[in-house]
Design a protein around this ligand. Structure first.
Ligand SMILES: [Zn+2]
Length: 445
């Protein structure tokens, strides 16, 4: 199949190409070139007219909690809303959301979030579910939904000791069993794994050193990455200093975990030493500018980490799932913090939302539209009120587009969105089902 747009963005680090398109076959991009050349070289291919549009890699939402959808608008706990990060968790998120979730709620929210992500250009995501009462089996149930929707995904259960030894044991087992059940054969064209598992634990303040070391060892045995939330606000750093005598990143370094097999999300409140350690050790990082704003966590030092050479992806954290909105947050917030309009150019933001996210998740050949890479593609309206040039197109996209401008989405070479409609999805029914499960959650909690 040939997709023939006005503009092609092969990757965020390359200038957009006017009059270029892509050829896809067998789930991969197989050729890139001027539309005229593609049509003459492959006269028998199906041709998809994308005039007035730009084709670019699908987004990678490198960190989300799909169940978070059910908490949108949930009534504040008795006594008022959270006053700091600890009260956000202890008085609100744990008792009213995570501890009240069951599998039916999680799967309804996952289905809805998949639709929201697809129709705003996201083709891959990493989900972290924490729901002690959805054990066991929640990851397998999510997998069935994700495979139906066709997104590329990494799924994990956020193992934790905060809810007792039994939940701790069963949450680790959930990850191990899911990882073992996934097929991870990656050799050969078209064999990019679609859905896979990751090891995940919560934080240094909800998991003991022994528990963290055990989880990391289980992941290493299986050749998968490990993930933890890290320094989302000031709380974890202070807690670790008081109780472990070290900062959280220093804890991970002392355990031999801080390295390329480890993904640390958030990384908002870091000491200079933690910042250096993350970059020097090659820890994979995800940045959630909007969700960090929501919880009052602060602004992560992402430009500094990027300058130090860190791999960084962008995530929605279960908050606003449209990655265009998340990109806009990342584009603007660091300029304000550092009082420097040159910081965080649009191409760097787009890189985090595409290939950077894929690298943060250890996804092979995802996030660029080069031959041999995944045919994960979005077709986006490129009609702007000012002239489009190769110098301004990426900035125009980051600043002036959102999910409503995404016309088509292809994952692994299959259409999942056509003419703004998510295929095989009854939006009204999915929304009603999600609202029904949110009502159950709110009533229960
Ligand atoms: Zn998170």
């Amino acid at each position: 199949m040939l997709i023939l747009p006005d503009w092609l963005i092969v990757a965020a680090d390359q200038p957009p190409l006017a009059g270029h398109g892509v050829r896809t076959a067998g789930g991969l991009v197989t050729d890139v070139g001027p539309n005229i050349d593609l049509m003459s070289t492959y006269p028998d291919d199906l041709q998809v007219d994308a005039e007035g549009h730009v084709v670019l890699p699908g987004f990678v939402n490198a960190h989300t909690h799909t169940y978070g959808t059910l908490a949108h608008g949930i009534p504040a706990p008795a006594g008022g809303g959270p006053t700091d990060f600890w009260s956000f968790l202890a008085d609100y998120w744990w008792p009213l959301v995570e501890d009240a979730l069951d599998i039916e709620m999680v799967t309804a929210a996952t289905n809805w979030a998949c639709v929201e992500m697809l129709r705003s250009g996201t083709t891959s995501f990493y989900d972290v579910v924490e729901a002690p009462n959805a054990l066991p089996g929640v990851l397998a149930a999510q997998r069935a939904i994700v495979e139906d929707r066709g997104l590329r995904a990494r799924l994990s259960f956020e193992a934790t000791e905060r809810a007792g030894a039994d939940v701790a044991k069963r949450s680790l087992a959930e990850n191990v069993e899911f990882i073992d059940s996934c097929h991870r054969e990656t050799d050969g064209p078209g064999r990019l794994p679609h859905v896979d598992g990751l090891m995940c634990w919560h934080t240094t303040f909800t998991c003991s050193i022994d528990f963290i070391a055990e989880a990391f060892a289980l992941a290493a045995e299986r050749g998968v990455l490990s993930h933890a939330h890290c320094n989302e606000g000031t709380f974890e750093g202070r807690w670790a200093e008081d109780n472990l005598g070290m900062r959280p990143v220093e804890v991970y370094d002392s355990l031999g975990i801080a390295g390329p097999r480890f993904q640390a999300s958030q990384c908002v409140q870091l000491t200079d030493r933690e910042r250096r350690l993350l970059a020097e050790r090659g820890v994979r990082i995800t940045h959630m500018p909007l969700a960090n704003g929501e919880v009052g966590g602060g602004i992560a030092p992402i430009p500094e980490l990027a300058t130090a050479g860190a791999t960084i992806g962008l995530g929605s954290d279960g908050y606003i799932n449209d990655l265009y909105e998340v990109m806009r947050g990342a584009f603007l917030i660091h300029k304000a913090r550092l009082q420097d309009p040159q910081i965080m150019p649009a191409r760097q933001v787009l890189e985090m939302a595409t290939e950077g996210g894929a690298r943060a998740l250890g996804m092979d050949r995802v996030g660029r539209l080069e031959p041999g890479w995944a045919a994960d593609v979005q077709v986006v309206d490129a009609s702007f009120p000012t002239p489009v040039t190769e110098h301004n197109l990426i900035e125009q996209l980051v600043l002036w587009r959102n999910g409503s401008h995404v016309r088509d989405v292809l994952v692994a070479g299959r259409w999942r969105v056509r003419n703004h409609e998510v295929l095989d999805a009854d939006i009204d029914e999915l929304q009603a089902k999600t609202r029904e499960q949110a009502t159950r959650l709110w009533t229960r909690s």
